[in-house]
Write a protein that binds this ligand. Structure first.
Ligand code: ATP
Length: 364
């Protein structure tokens, strides 16, 4: 196991600045996730760590060793990509042992190779499958074989680029659990790339959110979800997406209000205390749909609105409300009869609201 440290790493492809001053340190044995939208620089970061690409500014360290000029094959790294790419004509045993038998591998006896293959297979819980061919395996088993093949060299660092992105939603949930179990078993440092926030939140020790080649926030899943430092992170993490509403903080009488063109929400003393660095003025108000309840009747402090659309699912109903510059979402009771055009009253749990500077254009 080793640490991986990036110190102000920048990388351009011609005019495209893929990474700009990216710094982070991933600890020994940590499950560290690079998360961000398409084009954020996740794969580029992995490729620089792996040594696939060696033209960049800044420094990369694996353990104490500076990686500049260290060729790919001398880095103690294994990479697994989305595609399992098992050799169909080889058994599981042969697939896993393949890297150890390649001409480039350190010379080992057959007995040593067999022992190592068995260890890697047992580590991943596939010891009983060694005689099978890939065609006889389930998707999850193939994934484990592919990971065992990457692991067999006992890498210091494991780089995983969207290894389960191609699976459908149901299989993905199982594969997430599978990968978490694998990570636990191997205990190696893992740098994992995904643009799926559920994977990032569900598996990582820490998440590094990348945005247009820059680090936006690094934190534990709890910190990233519970305390996003920007409107961008709040918007990216959460399904349904966090409501973002532009407006102002204004004092009226004894009360601090959030006011936008469509809504006014009184804020509690607790929220006021959280806002001591941002007492009044322009603000982007963020609130997750779970903290906005839609009622069919007026209640104390609720805000009157009109239903724009209703999204029904098995256990929740999401009400969409057009508030002018944007459409926000609220939770309605399970058996709501609300329809588009109906009046609705929204109850904002402002204690859970977030307050940001606006860093991107909100669109409908
Ligand atoms: P995705 O989730 O779509 O894989 P990503 O976060 O992994 O995206 P990168 O693939 O690292 O993003 O790309 C970062 C930026 O660098 C993008 O703007 C991309 O178009 C650009 N880029 C990456 N590789 C190259 C290349 N070989 N030549 C030119 N531009 C590149």
């Amino acid at each position: 196991m080793a640490t991986v440290r990036l110190d102000r790493v920048s990388k351009s492809f011609g005019q495209v600045k893929a990474l700009a001053d990216v710094s982070f340190e991933c600890g020994e044995g940590e499950f560290f996730t690079l998360f961000g939208p398409s084009g954020a620089g996740k794969t580029t970061t992995l490729e620089l760590i792996a040594g696939i690409n060696d033209r960049y500014h800044g420094d990369i360290y694996i353990g104490d060793r500076r990686m500049r000029g260290v060729p790919l094959q001398e880095r103690d790294i294994a990479m697994a990509f989305e595609n399992y790419a098992l050799y169909p004509h080889m058994t599981v045993e042969e697939n896993i042992g393949f890297p150890l038998r390649s001409p480039r591998a350190v010379s080992r006896t057959e007995a040593e190779i067999n022992t190592r293959v068995r260890e890697a297979a047992d580590q991943l819980g596939i010891g009983q499958l060694l005689d099978r061919n890939p065609v006889q395996l389930s998707g999850g088993q193939k994934q484990r074989v592919s990971l065992a093949r990457a692991l067999v060299r006992e890498p210091e660092v494991f780089l995983l680029d969207e290894p389960i992105a191609h699976l459908d939603a149901k299989l993905r949930a199982a594969a997430r659990a599978n990968l978490k179990d694998i990570a636990h078993r191997i205990g190696t440092t893992i740098i994992y790339v995904t643009h799926d926030y559920r994977e990032a939140l569900g598996m990582s020790d820490r998440i590094c959110v990348l945005r247009e080649g820059k680090v936006e926030q690094i934190g534990t899943p709890r910190e990233i979800y519970g305390n996003p430092e920007s409107d961008f992170v709040a918007h990216l993490i959460g399904d349904p997406v966090t409501n973002l509403i532009d407006g102002e903080l204004v004092v009226d009488g004894d009360t601090l209000w959030f006011r936008s063109s469509a809504i006014s929400i009184p804020l509690t003393e607790g929220t006021k205390a959280r806002l001591k660095d941002r007492p009044t003025g322009v603000v982007r108000f963020g609130i997750r749909p779970k903290d906005v309840k839609a009622h069919v009747e007026e209640a104390d402090g609720s805000v009157p609105m009109t239903v724009f659309s209703v999204e029904r699912s098995v256990d929740t109903n999401l009400i969409h409300i057009d508030i002018g510059p944007t459409i926000i979402a609220a939770m309605a009771p399970e058996r709501t009869a609300l329809r588009a055009g109906d009046p609705v009253w929204l109850d904002f749990d402002a204690d859970n609201a977030m307050f940001f500077d606006s860093t991107f254009e909100i669109s409908k």
